[in-house]
Design a protein around this ligand. Structure first.
Ligand code: C2E
Ligand code: MG
Ligand code: MG
Length: 663
């Protein structure tokens, strides 16, 4: 029962099916009405003289007008996209309308039966049969209506035919019922196919939608990945990778369009102390704020990036000269220099910027970047918080640096590196109390290179660790031949004390040598201390625990405050030679040396004065109470053998006399 009622209902459990049914059906509805109108017209015409006019003229005309109106209302909707609810409503309306129309047509045609002769009666039978077949076809997408109409027409038709007693009519009745029965089966199977087709189309469409959605999601994901890959997660600025991409493209544009392009590398001064004193969260706040301030200066032509750590970069495209760049740099520096709120107070950092301009220099994007980086290096070395635009003088130094660096990377350190020793003299007694070991490099490719030149480069390319350990081992080996009261002074570079591991490696070399650590004095520069004070202090502690002495080398040339010196467990301070030059005639130098001497006395530190070149200088220093000195006046750095001779009882005095004659 339920099944039958379902057959007679318009299905509404599948909106897509309803819409598909509606669309297919709406195309056939006008044909349905066409069949009804023409069939009715034909039957009315054959009965025009025998039946009353209301039956063959007025009623059919009225009905035809109604059918035309219905057909028109369906045609009107052809171009409109109909929603499932509206489609359902229209189909149900047709479903409801089908039985009365069927009843009417059947009733009307049966009512005409008595008015005609045998031919006309046969026409009535034909009308009913052909109408029902035509209607079944047209209603094939509306199964419920097709079944109702078939039943409503066929049952009375069959009985009418059988009851006529006419064998021809009886045969016609049976024939039509059988044919319509077969047609109903065709209709049902067609309807099933239609449903399946609609469903599979629906599945296909929904799969396509899912696929489309997935593709969209994948696209969004890859866009997001690309964005994240190019963004610095802390400052939300474009990152290092993005910087090089943009620089490469900007460089190509500049080269092709003959335009100018500048790269600026920005490095913060005073950032590390903020990190050390206030913690990393404060450091992060500083970086975020600096990034924000720099980015505020960004324009269509000026883009800002964070390269990592406290290093940022700008790319400036379009027309500009050095003066414009200088003012851009100044604005960036001013923005950075404003105090930054870090919650527990205000942090003060400044910026150093190195610029390089294409086409003035740079054959490639990488080249331009390296030159800007070199300009920054110069800015940091010479003037803190300054702007340096790469120039031709730097270009010469840079190419020399590259040459030396290349030779250094390829060097056979064991063969090419050696040591010389400069005596350290107690001026009261004239005795050589120790030697400072100084590195010498004789490269087969570029000849002799001074340590002042290659040590910073070895620091830069990471070879310094090996150089230090190898030279220290040599120096200790050599110092073993010296008398027990002669100490060895050995220079460490900032890298050597930058991590506990590096210090431990140095300690291992000392221990392996068997040389008494108390006779070793390590020299560290102010730069090494100011770079990372906390770590420098830890490293000094480790070395002092071993028993070695520590001197602060080149004192007065760096930026270490006296406050810093106070906090470090130093044993000696080496006053830089630049303060000694013409100390006899320059009151400023005199005052500086005097105050450092009294500082040393207060702190219980020994003072060594470097770079003593003349008798006059020595005289002044002696009067000031200086105990220990070093300089060409006594001796230039000498070979190992000469140093050994100098401190062995036989050769000691003779050698010094000799050196004094020919400094
Ligand atoms: P430093 O440690 O201050 O060494 C003293 C430098 O001054 C030496 O230069 C020495 O030759 C020079 N000097 C000594 N007396 C006089 C003088 O009376 N007048 C003048 N004008 N100069 C004098 P050198 O050997 O060229 O070394 C330069 C710097 O290279 C050293 O300065 C030191 O910082 C660094 N260095 C040298 N050897 C090593 C090493 O083995 N390791 C490390 N890390 N650095 C080294
Ligand atoms: Mg030194
Ligand atoms: Mg020195």
């Amino acid at each position: 029962m339920r099944k039958i009622s379902e057959f007679l209902k318009v299905p509404n459990d599948n909106p897509s099916l309803t819409v598909a049914q509606y669309e297919a059906f709406s195309k056939q509805v006008p044909l349905l009405y066409f069949i009804l109108i023409t069939n009715m017209a034909a039957l009315s015409w054959t009965h025009r003289d025998s039946a009353p006019s209301w039956m063959v003229i007025y009623l059919p005309t009225f009905l035809s007008a109604f059918f035309l109106y219905r057909a028109y209302s369906w045609v009107r909707k052809w171009s409109v996209k109909v929603e499932a609810a509206e489609a359902y409503r229209m189909l149900r309306a047709t479903n409801r309308l089908a039985p009365p129309i069927a009843i009417f047509c059947v009733g009307w045609s049966i009512a005409l039966m008595p008015y005609g002769d045998a031919y006309q009666q046969a026409h009535v039978a034909f009308f009913m049969a052909i109408t029902v077949i035509g209607v079944i076809f047209c209603l094939m997408h509306l199964r419920s209506a097709a079944l109702t109409v078939t039943a409503m027409v066929n049952i009375p038709f069959f009985f009418l035919m059988v009851m006529s007693g006419q064998p021809t009519f009886i045969a016609t009745g049976i024939n039509v019922v059988l044919v319509t029965g077969a047609m109903i089966l065709v209709l049902l199977s067609h309807y099933r196919d239609f449903m399946q087709l609609t469903e599979s189309r629906q599945v296909f469409l929904s799969q396509r939608e899912v696929l489309k959605e997935k593709n969209r999601e994948m696209q969004l994901l890859s866009d997001e990945n690309l964005r994240l890959a190019n963004m610095d997660s802390l400052t939300l600025l474009a990152n290092r990778r993005c910087f090089f991409d943009v620089l490469q493209r900007a460089f190509e544009r500049a080269r092709q369009g003959g335009q100018r392009l500048s790269v600026g590398i920005v490095d913060l001064d005073g950032f590390k102390p903020v990190n050390d004193l206030y913690g990393h969260a404060a450091g992060d706040r500083v970086l975020v704020e600096v990034g924000r301030r720099l980015n505020e200066m960004a324009t269509e032509n000026l883009t800002v990036y964070r390269l990592g750590g406290d290093e940022f970069a700008v790319i400036h495209e379009g027309l500009h000269d050095e003066a414009v760049l200088q003012s851009v740099g100044q604005n960036l520096c001013l923005a950075v220099a404003e105090p930054i709120d870090i919650g527990s107070g205000a942090a003060h950092v400044t910026a150093s910027i190195g610029f390089a301009i294409y086409p003035d220099i740079g054959d490639s994007a990488q080249d331009l970047y390296e030159r800007a980086d070199y300009a920054l290096y110069t800015a940091k070395r010479n003037q803190r918080g300054g702007i340096v635009i790469f120039n031709s003088a730097q270009s010469i130094t840079l190419s020399r640096h590259r040459q030396v660096e290349e030779a250094l990377l390829a060097a056979d350190l064991e063969k090419e590196m050696s040591l010389v020793f400069q005596p350290i003299i107690d001026i009261q007694t004239g005795r050589c109390v120790g030697f400072e070991a100084l590195a010498r490099w004789n490269s087969p490719v570029i000849g002799r290179v001074s340590p002042g030149e290659f040590i910073p480069l070895a620091e830069h390319n990471g070879r310094i660790g090996t150089i230090t350990r190898q030279l220290l081992a040599h120096a200790l080996e050599e110092a073993k031949d010296w008398p027990g009261n002669t100490f060895l002074s050995f220079n460490l570079s900032p890298h050597d004390i930058a991590t506990p591991e590096n210090v431990l490696r140095i300690i291992a070399v000392v221990e392996a040598s068997g040389f008494d650590p108390k006779r070793i004095n390590f020299e560290i520069t102010e730069t090494a201390v100011t770079r990372d004070f906390a770590q420098a202090a830890k490293s000094i502690d480790l070395l002092r625990d071993l028993g070695t002495g520590i001197s602060l080398d080149d004192f007065g040339t760096g930026y270490s405050s006296l406050n810093h010196v106070h906090k470090l467990p130093l044993s000696k301070i080496k006053i830089d030679g630049s303060f000694v030059t013409q100390i006899d005639s320059r009151p400023a130098s005199y005052k500086i040396v005097k105050s450092v001497l009294s500082l040393c006395e207060d702190m219980g530190l020994e003072a060594i004065v470097e770079g003593v070149e003349t008798e006059a200088e020595l005289k002044v220093l002696k009067e000031m109470g200086v105990g220990v000195v070093q300089g060409f006046h006594f001796s230039k750095p000498v070979e190992a053998q000469a140093a050994r001779d100098m401190v062995t009882p036989a050769g000691q005095n003779a050698d010094l006399q000799e050196q004094r004659k020919h400094p």
